[in-house]
Unconditional design. Structure first.
Lengths: 327, 327
DNA sequence: TTGTAGGCGTTATCAT
DNA sequence: ATGATAACGCCTACAA
């Protein structure tokens, strides 16, 4: 009834249990014929080492914590499922698994600490990192291993993997400039979100490169990350005295809002989003696609090989669709 | 450095370790003043029982397995993140956590068994249940606890929670009939998917109720769950000799495809989807919303209170948007 | 009410 | 090369 243990295997193979353990953990130390006998017994019994016992003795759970937040009711479903799958897949090679937990913003660190002290997780993956995010320093102080999707402000000295957001919006701007656009607006979410700031930076840099920065006053809008806000922004931009002919969004949610406003008014307005969510596909919205699978793998690698390189910047890729057409 | 153990707490509190254990597991058996001293020591040290040790001795991991599949590149991101969050939240009350694993369709059961024998999970949550899904009987035979989001064909005798898909499409049809539609088509995914079959049943029943079934020949289309297929279906329906004025989809992916075809052609065609994905919001697609949060909670409850009711059917709710307008 | 002993399944150390 | 012993941290008897 109960799953077989080393002892059972040993009995069946006619050896002691340590020999069984050796077969599993130091195969070279055991005579081939004995090994085969033990392996046969293992296969016959369908024996699997008990992970809890292993964890207990090794003081390692081979579990990685991930805080799963409730889906934003106003935003688009994001890329969590892709990220989670990638991380699970990456962890598999090292025999690690993802453990999900929930928490409020305020007590996320406390929850992580509790889980860590309880030996339930070896480390944690952070995301949604803000410019002055308190979590990295807090976890460092607590000596809890972690890796983050995203970096804090200036010099993030913790292990992180991030998308080069600036490069993403810059690529979007380049694309639009190439199509002949000269007035290109930018819409993004809350100030303080590192992501939004870096996206803005890419937009500004690319405009500047083409000498287009001067005419861009009043074309940088920031607000909540909702479709409704995006729609308001779209209206505002189109009502502008000298309206832009193109808009770059820091995410698909806002970009889709803008696109809806444009389509509703029958206005010609090129729009490029960010994230390449399924909704972008549905709406024919050009969007900057993040290599989330690569991010997931890199994060797990960074977390498991502690002390490796402290940061990794990955390049997103512009996916062109109908929403960015000739002006 | 290492997290504190019962022993440490005992030393600080000046009692034996079993007294500490008693404070935690049988508080009434220990004198209040002693208890307070122990509790103070626990708080001071930030002691947390080691879960691996607990699991080992209790032969219970308090972990629930969930197979995370790669995101379908052609479909819309589904509701996994909502479901995962709901289940994590529900598990929290019982001090359970979700453990993610990956697997191919063929060896999902083998992986679950391996995890279970290894004591890594106590049970597993299944989803994407087919009419003749082999997993429920297989897991039952292996005596591995599980609960499924969805049921098999006729009498599912395993613990399951499901959406009343038939009621969902029926509600969509009712809504359309009320708006005056008389020719209402139905598009769905692969045959064999229990979900699609039940959606079709609801559509047919509702049509029949209004005596609209006769004219519906050729208005039931089945294919792959992709936007492209939906678009082809939309074209096909609009090219029909006697085209429908409304379409109900078994999911948002197909429905959005249909909607795109209709909008591209400037055709008046009411469309209702299923799942209420973020893309539906973006597209103003009316859609049947599943109470995923309730599903998640119910599934965990079903899994943890083994032997409870074997099935629970939850009602979805139609969310009306612009895509279903007057004919 | 509190303390003592044993075992959960594994691996590492040390003999043989 | 293989076998005995101890330890990881916890809990549940049982004894005091």
């Amino acid at each position: 009834m109960h799953p077989p243990t080393v002892e059972d295997v040993a009995r069946v193979a006619g050896v002691s249990r340590q020999t069984v353990s050796n077969v599993l953990n130091a195969p070279q130390r055991v005579r081939p014929e004995t090994r085969e006998r033990v392996e046969a017994a293992i296969a016959k019994l369908g024996y699997r080492p008990n992970r809890m016992a292993q964890s207990l003795q090794a003081a390692t759970s081979r579990m990685i914590g991930y805080r799963i937040k409730p889906a934003d009711p106003h935003g688009l479903s994001s890329i969590h499922d892709r990220l989670l799958h990638a991380m699970s897949e990456a962890g598999r090679a090292a025999d690690h698994h993802m453990l999900l937990f929930t928490a409020n913003d305020e007590d996320e660190v406390a929850n992580v600490q509790a889980l860590h002290r309880a030996g339930a997780i070896d480390g944690v993956v952070l995301y949604g990192i803000g410019i002055d995010d308190p979590r990295p320093p807090a976890l460092r102080r607590l000596r809890i291993p972690f890796a983050a999707f995203g970096r804090t402000g200036v010099d993030s000295d913790h292990p992180w993997v991030d998308i080069d957001n600036a490069a993403g919006t810059a690529a979007a701007v380049e694309h639009l400039v190439e199509l002949g656009h000269r007035r290109i607006a930018f819409v993004s979410g809350t100030v303080g979100a590192a992501v939004a700031d870096r996206c803005a930076e890419g937009w500004r840099t690319a405009l500047d490169k083409h000498g287009l920065l001067d005419g861009s006053h009043g074309l940088n809008l920031r607000g909540e990350d909702t479709i409704a806000t995006g729609e308001r922004f779209g209206d505002a931009l189109l009502d502008h005295a000298d309206p832009p002919t193109a808009v770059v969004g820091a995410n698909d949610t806002l970009a889709i809002g803008v696109l809806r406003a444009a389509r509703r008014r029958g206005a010609r307005l090129a729009v490029v989003g960010f994230d390449d969510t399924p909704a972008a596909v549905a709406m024919d919205l050009s969007s900057v696609r993040q290599p989330i699978e690569a991010v997931g793998h890199a994060i797990i690698r960074a977390l498991l090989n502690e002390g490796g390189p402290t940061g990794l910047l990955l390049n997103p890729e512009l996916v062109v669709r109908a929403s960015s057409a000739l002006p």
